[in-house]
Design a protein around this ligand. Structure first.
Ligand SMILES: [Zn+2]
Length: 361
């Protein structure tokens, strides 16, 4: 009797279990359903300048075709994956750049880009080519459209140490730091952040007096018109130097055939009042001022927190101020000067940002 009862209880339990199992498996997706994997960034391959419906072929035969290998997705982001090898930089061959003579940048090649402009498709792409054997940036090339411009969010770049990186500070340099991490293609244009293939050691002077005006002009044009701009930046290196001589910046607006934006500019990687050893990045002031001791108090020290915090702030990139996102002052910031930043507060201060006196972030 007892045994029969046990058996019937066990069978009832088994029936229940199998019912439950059937129910559970029915709620699982069939095995052949792929889980939703987000696709990688779409890479648009630029039009081959020598395509058959272009009987004359490329105007400039030395312009290498821009080929994006399948791994091109890795050319963006943090640079941990493989990136395409830079083509031969034929446009730098025989380039004669006059000595710096007081102008932050000068036109080169009659201010006309070296790349062929007859077959540039108005579709956005961005490529950051592989570092060379010395770890130096080689080339950044893009067609910039609104779809790949920065969404106003920016993170930390201080973990990147471009070749020749030094941290000397001088009282007469704007913001004190002689060197900045200088984007080849500005964050404003492609939203590219801590990508070692897009950051060189650049002087404060080159960054602000040389590059910013060009970047803002191109970015503002794209924002206003919705057009595209081919934008290529080539660092110019001498020998095995770890600091580049300067940056060659070429830009050409696509939809209007270069009418509004067309330039070929060389920006000097110099800092007035400082002598730089381009081989190593070592430097000294012409007037003999010693760089501030690494451990001495920088002018911004009063804004640093003893214990750093991570937060989300809204930056006024023009006034170099940062706010809490809910600060009343935020809505008065012009869109082109407004950036959202999430990261270390102290790092913002070290970049020269001052906390807003109103919201006291
Ligand atoms: Zn504020």
């Amino acid at each position: 009797m007892v045994r029969n009862k046990i058996i019937s209880i066990i069978s009832a339990a088994l029936v229940l279990l199998s019912l439950v199992a059937v129910l559970v498996f029915r709620t699982l997706p069939p095995a052949d359903t792929e889980p939703d994997i987000p696709e990688g960034p779409e890479i648009v391959i630029p039009v081959d300048p020598g395509k058959p419906d272009d009987p004359d072929g490329p105007e400039d035969p030395v312009e290498p075709q821009t080929v994006i290998p399948e791994s091109a997705g890795a050319a963006e982001g943090n640079g941990s994956g493989p990136a395409p090898q830079a083509p031969e930089l034929t446009w730098l061959e025989g380039l004669e750049i006059p000595e710096y003579s007081g102008k932050a940048y000068i036109p080169i090649n009659g201010n006309v880009p070296f790349f062929a402009t007859d077959a540039i498709a108005p579709v956005s792409y961005e490529i950051y080519y592989e570092l060379d054997s010395l770890g130096r940036c080689t080339l950044a090339d893009a067609v910039v459209g609104q779809d790949i411009m920065a969404d106003g969010k920016r993170g930390s770049i201080s973990e990147i140490k471009p070749t020749g990186w030094h941290t000397e500070r001088y009282s007469f340099v704007d913001g004190e730091a002689l060197y900045n991490r200088c984007h080849l293609i500005a964050h404003y244009l492609t939203g590219e952040n801590a990508n070692p293939r897009n950051l060189v050691t650049g002087t404060r002077y080159m960054n602000t007096a040389g590059m910013n005006a060009l970047e803002n002009m191109v970015g503002d044009y794209i924002k206003e018109t919705g057009n595209h701009v081919r934008y290529r930046v080539t660092p110019v290196w001498t020998g095995d130097n770890l600091i580049c001589d300067g940056l060659l910046v070429e830009a050409w607006s696509v939809e209007d055939g270069g009418e509004d934006i067309c330039f070929c500019i060389y920006a000097y990687n110099v800092q007035p009042g400082i002598v730089i050893d381009y081989l190593t990045g070592d430097n000294y002031a012409v007037d003999g001022e010693k760089p501030k001791d690494q451990n001495s108090e920088p002018s911004y020290a009063k804004y640093l927190l003893d214990e750093d915090v991570t937060g989300t702030y809204v930056l006024n990139t023009k006034k170099k101020k940062f706010h809490r996102p809910d600060c009343q002052g935020v809505k008065d910031i012009a869109p082109e000067n407004r950036e959202e930043y999430t990261g270390s507060r102290n790092e913002l201060v070290e970049e020269g940002y001052v906390p807003c006196g109103g919201c006291n972030p």
